[in-house]
Write a protein that binds this ligand. Structure first.
Ligand code: FAD
Ligand code: DHB
Length: 394
């Protein structure tokens, strides 16, 4: 017999979606247990996203535990779009009425959230094996897992599937319930973390004949840089010297220099757009990457995950305070409105800035015209800025 425990909301996955949800529920007096298959150390070191929208920063701050982010996060009020070797600034502050973004690494967000959960006596079970979800269409769904050789089950009122794109929650929904919309891109990103002071105060998104490049950062000492590459690029083919050489070519601009430094970490990320509709089956609610993926151009993945769980936490709080399922019934449709707008933006930024293997000279001219338009028309720049800093939260 498994060791059994009871909670109100069982959460699968201790990524940004799972941990923010767990803490938001706690603040509303709702009990949850988070089940995660990796170790805490692994998730607190894994290099992923770095750009937080204003709404994400505000939510993390309101939740408490945002002090380090306020201190160490870098607030930016614009980005540069670089093409034809020339830079063009998109001024977020002026175009959005004072909004900006904060550079603060995803794994630092996770450290802060794990600390906040521990301080509040929250229960996160790391290194759970063979996690599975059951009885989704009943009022008492359950999560099963194994830990240290023992079998466990968590009986819940609701389950939140916050277990990312490769998790088990979405595939546990019976066939025919969900429609999946998907697009794969014929390229990936080669990303590095380098011990080098960022060569620009703000991010630089570059369109170049040889492919896209992005200059970002993590701190005044650490740069984060990306290069468009083949989707199946072998990282072993990229010596540190070759990476810097390619970055120097793609980012070059008269009177500007890219500072190099020791490469601390490197890896290749594939790119896809994906949406599962609806984001609910019975008492299982999908949130974050388990329900949708965006290509990274525009840095929306983490922010979208946080926006989902904000809606879910409110709907669950409404259920526990009134007994009404009405907000839970609206959860999927409400999230999907934002999800599709963010899909559109991420696809648009990706299409504008990358070289496509099957493109013809017309496509390339059109991309350059798009870049010219977005950097010379206030209306177009305003649309980019509004989406980049984050569409308003409901
Ligand atoms: P995740 O962060 O994926 O969290 C899911 C959690 O569930 C993980 O901790 C996972 O270990 C756990 N899990 C999975 N399966 C199980 C299981 N069976 N049982 C229990 N737990 C399970 N976004 C950007 O905006 N900018 C970027 O630069 C960027 N870079 C990225 C680089 C990489 C390599 C990847 C993979 C993603 C990147 N993203 C980026 C996307 C962004 O990191 C995600 O959108 C964000 O992490 C989504 O949060 P989440 O909580 O929904 O999912
Ligand atoms: C970063 C990632 C992105 O996808 C992006 O558009 C901007 C910055 C980053 O990791 O810093």
């Amino acid at each position: 017999m498994p060791i059994s425990q009871r909670t109100q909301v069982g959460i699968v996955g201790a990524g940004p979606a799972g941990l923010v949800l767990s803490h938001l529920l706690h603040l509303q007096g709702i009990d949850s247990v988070v089940i995660e298959n990796r170790s805490r150390e692994y998730s607190e070191q894994r290099v992923r996203a770095g750009v937080l929208e204003q709404g994400t920063v505000d939510l993390l701050t309101e939740m408490g535990g945002g002090e380090r982010m306020k201190k160490e996060g870098l607030v930016h009020y614009g980005i540069e779009l670089r093409f034809g070797g020339k830079g063009h600034r998109i001024d977020f502050q002026e175009l959005t009425g004072g909004k900006g973004i904060t550079i603060y690494a995803q794994h630092e967000v996770l450290k802060d959230l794990n600390n906040a959960r521990s301080a509040a006596g929250g229960q996160t079970i790391f290194e759970a094996e063979n996690v599975s979800v059951h009885n989704l269409n009943t009022s008492h769904p359950k999560i099963r897992y194994e830990k240290d050789g023992g079998a466990h089950e968590v009986i819940c009122d609701f389950i939140a599937g916050c277990d990312g794109f490769h998790g088990i929650c979405r595939p546990s929904i019976p066939p025919g319930v969900i429609v999946e919309y998907e697009r794969e891109y014929p390229f990936g990103w080669l990303g590095i973390l380098a011990q080098a002071p960022p060569s620009s105060e703000e991010l630089i998104y570059t369109y170049h004949d040889r492919g896209f490049a992005l200059l970002s950062m993590r701190s005044p000492q650490i740069s984060r840089l990306y290069l468009q590459c083949a989707p199946d690029e072998n990282i072993d083919d990229w010596s540190d010297e070759r990476i810097w050489q390619e970055l120097q070519i793609r980012l070059s601009s008269p009177g500007w220099a890219l500072t190099e430094g020791a490469i601390l970490q490197k890896g290749v990320t594939g790119m896809r757009s994906f949406v599962a509709e609806p984001m609910q089956y019975g008492r299982l609610f999908l949130a974050g990457d388990s329900a949708h993926i965006v290509p990274p151009t525009g840095a929306k993945g983490l922010n979208l995950a946080v926006a989902d769980v904000r809606v879910l936490a409110r709907a669950l709080a409404h259920f526990y305070s009134t007994g009404s399922q009405s907000l839970l019934d609206e959860y999927s449709a409400k999230c999907l409105r934002r999800v599709w707008k963010v899909q559109r933006f991420s696809w648009w930024m990706t299409s504008m800035l990358h070289r496509f293997p099957d493109e013809n000279p017309f496509d390339q001219r059109r991309q350059l015209a798009e870049l010219d338009y977005v950097t010379s028309s206030r209306a177009a720049a305003k649309s980019l800025a509004e989406n980049y800093v984050g569409l308003p939260l409901e």
